[in-house]
Write a protein that binds this ligand. Structure first.
Ligand SMILES: [Ca+2]
Length: 241
């Protein structure tokens, strides 16, 4: 991007909200394909304006740093301000700005983010009849560092799924090959999951995907909502304020 040129939209109406990027080949500002409206308006001069480089060079630390009205999609995020990873941003659910904590978003990145800001974690789930529910662990959701075995902490709860994460507060992260839980046996092995097990848990969203109606331990579950295995789940974080 040329040092003197950057792009932004003037949003005269909510429906006209958009964001842009500078296309070097054409030398023009173009509307971001993930934003709304999806087509460029006829009169560019009324839509585009120059903004300071400090904004154009901005590297979002999480999805809440993206411009207003950005559509959901995969974006380049810099959790530690330096290293870039591609993460999915949910810009639709409950006001948007959610950084989806799956795939490349491991516990190290959750630690980097949650030590810097005060986050809400939102757990989402769907059963095989396509009913949905959520649980938000409010205020100061934090994943500690690797040395602490990624101990999780948080306060508060609200949601429709019940507080299935309640007894995970203060727990270390257990995987199938690392028993950090409080059970005399190994929750991660017995349940074939990776979670902040206590002894063991009312919830685990990283279990093995099983057919509709499956019960037992080795499933994806949130037992304050459903006893059977879940069809789809999500984990996403967003800063408070
Ligand atoms: Ca154990």
């Amino acid at each position: 991007m040329p040092s003197s040129v950057a792009c932004a939209c003037v949003c005269s109406m909510v429906q006209q909200c958009c964001s842009t990027s500078y296309e070097t080949a054409s030398g023009r500002c173009i509307l971001n394909k993930r934003t709304s409206p999806e087509t460029e308006t006829a009169d560019n001069s009324n839509v585009m304006m120059k903004i300071p480089d400090s904004i154009s060079n901005h590297q979002p630390k999480d999805c809440s740093d993206l411009p207003p009205c950005t559509k959901s999609g995969v974006f380049e995020i810099y959790p530690d301000g330096t290293n870039k990873i591609d993460l999915y941003c949910d810009m639709d659910t409950a006001g948007g700005g959610w950084t989806v904590a799956v795939g490349p978003m491991g516990n190290d990145n959750l630690h980097i983010l949650t030590k810097a800001r005060n986050y809400v974690m939102r757990f989402e789930m769907q059963d095989f009849e396509n009913n949905t529910a959520y649980a938000e662990e409010y205020q100061s959701f934090r994943v500690n560092n690797e040395a602490s075995k990624y101990t999780v902490s948080f306060t508060g709860y609200m949601g429709t799924a019940g507080n299935g994460f309640e007894n995970n507060n203060g727990m270390k992260f257990t995987t199938r090959d690392r028993d950090n839980d409080l059970h005399m046996y190994h929750c991660g092995l017995g349940q074939q999951g990776a979670w902040w097990y206590n002894a063991c848990s009312q919830s685990t969203l990283n279990g093995i995907y099983k057919p509709e109606g499956t019960t037992g331990a080795k499933i994806i579950y949130w037992k304050t909502w459903r006893n059977t295995t879940l069809k789809a789940t999500g984990m996403k974080i967003r800063p408070i304020n």
